[in-house]
Design a protein around this ligand. Structure first.
Ligand SMILES: Nc1ncnc2c1ncn2[C@@H]1O[C@H](COP(=O)(O)OP(=O)(O)O)[C@@H](O)[C@H]1O
Ligand SMILES: CC(=O)N[C@@H](CCC(=O)OP(=O)(O)O)C(=O)O
Length: 249
């Protein structure tokens, strides 16, 4: 499936989409690009978990998800974040289609490490045929919930889900829209980042929290066929471009 652009929109970014964002979507749509948005919703899941008296715990940016937290995750992603995004895209005059884990599963997974993380999944496959059909006429808007081998729902980190989908679709571009203008060191944005430099920054704790799975997932996509991967807070800003080690040596 060529000419596909995958955009991961973090939960914070989803609440701060600018008119330039929708202008760029229109531009790509008019050019005939297929666009798939994979949304997060981490801040919203944490906020509703706290309101309901549930513990919020993350390990290296991955949420520890017990059965109750999974229910909140499902409710927040499919009841709040996804419909709101669909409304915004529709209001901007673009054809939006919410893709979720229940009616037509689009992401399949198995347990990442059930003992450590609970009901958290890692991607094993995607429903290529359904996604291809959906993207012919719509901007797809997908939640990072996978269906496991026993038919159960699994919570997948949004960056990990989006990167896996971008890789399996052979996307030409994968953009991670987040709440920071790129990968930062001492208040400035790195215009590019190699895997070696990222590993050093992980070790020296210059990259922490949710930026860790984001960068790991972004390199995973880049090294498996996605042509261009960027981390930014605006589609019109260059942010940080990831460098493919296989190309730069
Ligand atoms: N070196 C870094 N550069 C930028 N952000 C970083 C860095 N290290 C840690 N972070 C944190 O990562 C966060 C982005 O990850 P995350 O909260 O998971 O975003 P999203 O919800 O968009 O996936 C930033 O808000 C910042 O707090
Ligand atoms: C397993 C896991 O960590 N799942 C994430 C899914 C949402 C997400 O990734 O949201 P952001 O993109 O806004 O961070 C979570 O529960 O927060």
């Amino acid at each position: 499936m060529g000419q596909t652009i995958v955009i991961k929109i973090g939960g914070h970014a989803a609440e701060n989409l600018s008119s330039e964002f929708f202008k760029q979507l229109h531009h790509w749509h008019d050019e005939g690009k297929q666009i798939l948005i994979v949304h997060g919703g981490g801040p919203q899941i944490s906020s509703w978990s706290k309101k309901l008296g549930l513990t919020v715990k993350k390990i290296d940016g991955i949420r520890v998800t017990d059965p109750d937290v999974l229910k909140v995750t499902q409710a927040v992603l499919l009841g709040l974040v996804q419909p709101t995004l669909c409304q915004k895209v529709t209001a901007a005059g673009l054809p939006a289609l919410g893709l979720n884990a229940t009616g037509h599963p689009i992401i399949f997974g198995n347990y990442l490490n059930q003992k450590l993380f609970g009901e958290v999944g890692q991607l094993t496959d995607i429903n290529q045929d359904y996604i291809a059909t959906a993207l012919k006429d719509h901007i797809g808007i997908a939640a990072p919930l996978a269906v496991g081998q026993a038919g159960q729902l699994l919570n997948v980190n949004g960056d990990v889900a989006a990167a896996g989908i971008a890789r399996m679709l052979g996307a030409e571009a994968f953009i991670l829209l987040t709440d920071v203008p790129g990968v930062m060191v001492e208040n400035h944005v790195l215009s590019s980042l190699s895997r070696q430099k990222a590993n050093k920054m992980f070790k020296s704790k210059l990259i922490t929290a949710g930026m860790q799975p984001k960068i790991q997932a972004a390199f995973d996509a880049l090294q498996n066929g996605v042509k261009k991967v960027t981390i930014t807070n605006k589609l019109q800003s260059a942010g940080t471009t990831l460098l493919n080690n296989q190309l730069v040596g």
